[in-house]
Design a protein around this ligand. Structure first.
Ligand code: FUB
Length: 312
């Protein structure tokens, strides 16, 4: 059996697939993952890239949900939310995130193009289960472009519930990072919108979480200290207060094969993961991305080790 094991190891190594993370699917192109653990199931909420081969812009109309019981194989549960769910949305189903409310319902925050030709708004859908069915929870934007001087600021919401039950939403693009508290109804902002300090080189794609009493904000940055022009790396910052100020901690994921990247960091069955996207699926590209994940490890001082990409 030692010989068999050795041979098997050689075959796997020769095939280049040993320990390699595959895209969660190659049946469709996926992007912008958000992760949620409910019970024993890992849910990934993703965008859906439908640009043609050689396309030069995003074509995104709906969002899919994937489920896994081992963080290795994922089942596509289908397009559980689409632009058609928001009567006021005109296009651009970009990067969303799902959060469980205190009432046990699931709230899916998504950036969409309100009129199809202007800038971006953030809407919210609600469902009774992690798989929905989801319906527009508000009948209009939670955050609209009229509050951001008509810039593409209102994208990429990340929603975080603190131990005391207060819910926070961070969002933003290269026009800036914003944060606000949400009311207990999950569908309206509480108090004023602020610009958190200390999040250097922020580009887009924030992901907020808490570990051992420390708040973490991972996000896409595109400074020359971590990525080639036009590409993004994932930096992160920490804070002792959910509204900051934040302290820059470094790069947790180097640039990938797609120009954009978008992190979700989560613990599942005792193992931490970085879920992200790249262009590694067959026929992939900057507008035909694929979600993948790799294990994430911590240093004793609470800093994250840089994630080793096993799918490129
Ligand atoms: O997928 C469209 C946009 O590209 C997302 O909103 C950003 O995070 C970037 O991935």
């Amino acid at each position: 059996s030692a010989i068999l094991a050795g041979t098997l190891g050689l075959v796997l190594f020769a095939g280049g697939s040993a320990n390699a993370a595959a895209p969660i699917t190659t049946a469709i192109y996926t992007a912008d993952p958000a992760a949620l653990v409910v019970g024993d199931t890992l849910y990934l909420y993703t965008g859906h890239d439908e640009a043609p081969a050689g396309g030069t812009n995003f074509v995104m109309r709906d969002w899919h949900v994937f489920t896994s019981s081992d963080a290795t194989s994922f089942a596509d549960q289908g397009a559980k939310l689409s632009l058609a769910n928001f009567s006021w949305a005109g296009g651009d189903a970009w990067a969303g995130e799902v959060e469980r409310g205190a009432n046990g319902k699931y709230y899916w925050y998504v950036p969409v193009n309100g009129n199809g030709a202007g800038w971006m708004d953030i809407g919210v859908a609600v469902g009774d289960t992690p798989l929905g069915p989801f319906t527009d929870a508000k009948g209009g934007p939670l955050v609209s472009d009229s509050t951001s001087n008509s810039s593409p600021l209102n994208i990429d919401p990340t929603v975080f519930t603190d131990d005391d039950g207060q819910v926070y939403m961070y969002w933003g693009s290269y026009y800036g990072l914003r944060a606000a508290r949400l009311n207990a109804n999950m569908t309206s902002l509480s108090g004023s919108v602020v610009t958190p300090s200390g999040v250097s080189n922020f580009w887009e794609a924030p992901w907020m979480f808490k570990r051992n009493g420390v708040y973490y904000l991972a996000y896409a940055a595109n400074d020359s200290g971590c990525s080639a022009p036009g590409y993004a790396c994932i930096r992160y910052a920490t804070a002792s207060n959910p509204m900051g100020p934040w302290t820059q901690r470094g790069v947790v994921l180097d640039q990938v094969s797609s120009t954009t990247n978008h992190p979700a960091i989560i613990e599942y069955k005792g193992q931490w993961y970085m879920v992200y996207h790249n262009a590694a699926a067959p026929g992939g590209g900057d507008f035909r991305r694929s979600v993948t994940l790799d294990k994430l490890y911590w240093n004793a001082d609470g800093t994250m080790r840089k994630v080793v990409q096993t799918s490129t």
